[in-house]
Design a binder for this molecule. Structure first.
Ligand SMILES: [Zn+2]
Length: 284
């Protein structure tokens, strides 16, 4: 046999030995896990149960979470102009609300509430599973630990398959494609718990404003209108014109502080204006 052949034989033997040793270690690690899995689980109570409970809650609810986000248009790619994209970058929440399909109603807020809870719990789940994995790594032998990556650990010890859980945040994407299609630019908003919270508070602010306007408009009755005109002696509070000077003058009742700015339909906030002055006021 030549010199090279001997070297090759020696290397092959070494490789073979290495493979056999790894295999033996792998088998012994797996046996260890099989034998000790319930012990490891129990030793790390209550954290291990907490992880399992969170997992079963999240698995049950995650299709609803995804559906709510999709139905409200929060997980879509929105094709837009370059300027809309720039505006969105400067004011993400405002533009997210504008170009999603969110309604200003209670049901929408309830759905967002649900999504917030889910997202929060998902965050806690990832924290707790990290913690548990770290905790366990200190208590089992290293020869076992190296054969027990995180995904395997949760399947074998806690019966949780991590691959069923979302690996990244849902995302709303603003996408600009130039007319010739030569260049494109995108801006992603990740729907994190904080983003959901911000959308919620913005929405409830708008909802309050909206219901305020509705109530204030309904409060304005013909009787109230006539009473205000009578109180102001059928005279415009701005120009002083009246039905005595101009018998066919059209008088209107105006909110001094507009409803849109929080004004109420109350005598103190109402005044008689001629139609010209009213148009003038609403144009300013
Ligand atoms: Zn007037």
């Amino acid at each position: 046999m030549g010199y090279y052949s001997i070297v090759i034989v020696i290397i092959s033997v070494i490789i073979l030995l290495a493979v056999m040793i790894s295999l033996a270690l792998y088998i012994s690690a797996n046996n260890y896990i099989k034998k000790h899995s319930s012990e490891i689980y129990e030793k790390n109570e209550p954290l291990s149960s907490e992880c399992r409970d969170l997992a079963s809650f999240l698995l049950k609810q995650q299709s609803t979470f995804k559906r709510y986000l999709a139905e409200n248009g929060l997980t879509q790619t929105y094709n837009c102009s370059n300027s809309v994209l720039s505006n969105a970058e400067n004011n993400p929440i405002k533009y997210l609300i504008k170009y999603s399909d969110l309604d200003y109603d209670i049901q929408c807020l309830e759905e967002l509430d649900f999504c917030e809870t889910f997202s929060e719990k998902l965050g806690i789940f990832y924290e707790k599973t990290d913690e548990l994995y770290k905790q366990v790594s200190k208590t089992i032998p290293n020869r076992v630990y190296i054969f027990l990556p995180k995904e395997k650990f949760f399947v074998k010890i806690c019966n949780i398959d991590l691959s069923f859980f979302p690996q990244s945040y849902p995302v709303f994407r603003f996408l600009y494609i130039s007319p010739a299609g030569k260049s494109q630019r995108e801006y992603k908003i990740f729907i994190t718990t904080d983003v959901i919270k911000e959308i919620k508070s913005e929405l409830s602010r708008k909802l309050n404003k909206y219901s305020h306007a509705k109530v204030q408009r309904n409060t304005m009755t013909n009787d109230l209108r006539n009473a205000i005109k009578k109180r102001d002696n059928y005279t415009c509070c701005i120009c002083g014109n009246s039905i005595y000077k101009e018998p066919n003058l059209l008088l209107e009742v105006d909110h001094i502080v507009p409803i849109s700015k929080g004004g109420k339909t109350e005598a103190d906030n109402l005044q008689t204006l001629c139609w010209r002055c009213n148009r003038e006021k609403s144009n300013n």
